[in-house]
Design a protein around this ligand. Structure first.
Ligand code: PXP
Length: 254
């Protein structure tokens, strides 16, 4: 029987390029270069659908002014990753990115570790989700592929989830099937609940192909591997390479 999952998908898998590590390079020396805005423009020229930045509380890479400059760029769809804290919320409510993705944040971590515990932190998250939505900012929650977290995201009124692919990426290739199954089930559940399904963390041109079994994927947010690849082939080519790889996605059907 034909249903939403068996019909051929015409949906293209979108790419949000996370350019935090362009800013990491700049902050390492305190120089005015490399320009985050120029990097964003190159990504868009290469076909990226949007730009993602994480304004961390410790400001280790992206700075407040970067977010404002990116927001002012015509035609740039901006996704701001942020911790659920009042200082960054105030900036988000002022800048009004197209989307906010709420993430957990620990100062000592090298990068975001684990998903947001939306189920346990409903009281903290609800007013933040509400405030952003009142300002017409679409809200995503970065969560583990766990049914409790997906249900909590929907109950909180988020429009999107971003499935954390970090665990999938860290597993040896031949031991990933159980994690892929969790991602498939979380994506199905989210789709049933009316949530847009995004995913990200740790993705590369090699490992992203293994995610093509996951249905309903809308956008992948990918940063570190693209910026790393850019060292050798340039940013525009690195983004194009990823875009070409994503064309293999057929909506969860092999
Ligand atoms: N999505 C979220 C929510 C993240 O926190 C990060 C890392 O900042 C990414 C995607 C991008 O991860 P990576 O840099 O490993 O591609």
């Amino acid at each position: 029987m034909l249903n939403a999952e068996t019909l051929p998908s015409t949906a293209r898998l979108r790419l949000g390029v996370n350019i935090d590590h362009v800013a990491t390079l700049r902050q390492a020396r305190g120089t005015p270069y490399p320009s985050v805005l120029e990097a964003a423009r190159v990504c868009l020229r290469a076909g990226a659908d949007g730009i993602t930045v994480h304004l961390r509380e410790d400001r280790r890479h992206i700075q407040d002014n970067d977010v404002r400059i990116l927001r002012a760029e015509p035609g740039l769809r901006l996704n701001l990753e942020m911790a659920a804290v009042s200082e960054i919320l105030a900036i988000a409510l002022d800048v009004r990115p197209d989307e906010v993705c709420l993430v957990p944040e620990r100062r000592a971590e090298r990068t975001t570790e684990g998903g947001l515990d939306a189920a346990a932190n409903e009281a903290v998250l609800r007013p933040i989700v509400d405030a952003l939505r009142r300002r017409n900012v679409a809200v995503s929650l970065f969560i583990e592929p766990d049914p409790r977290q997906v249900a909590a995201a929907a109950a909180l009124g988020a429009q999107m989830i971003e499935l954390h692919t970090g665990r999938y990426c860290e597993l040896p290739t031949d031991t990933r099937s159980a994690e892929v199954k969790r991602l498939v089930e979380a994506a199905r559940q989210a789709h049933r609940l009316g949530l847009q399904v995004n995913a990200g963390h740790g993705l590369t041109v090699e490992n992203v192909v293994g995610l093509f079994e996951v249905p309903h994927l809308h956008t992948l947010n990918i940063g570190h591997s693209i910026v790393s690849r850019a060292v050798f082939i340039g940013l525009e080519a690195a983004v194009r390479e990823m875009m070409t790889t994503l064309r293999g996605y057929a909506g969860g059907r092999p």
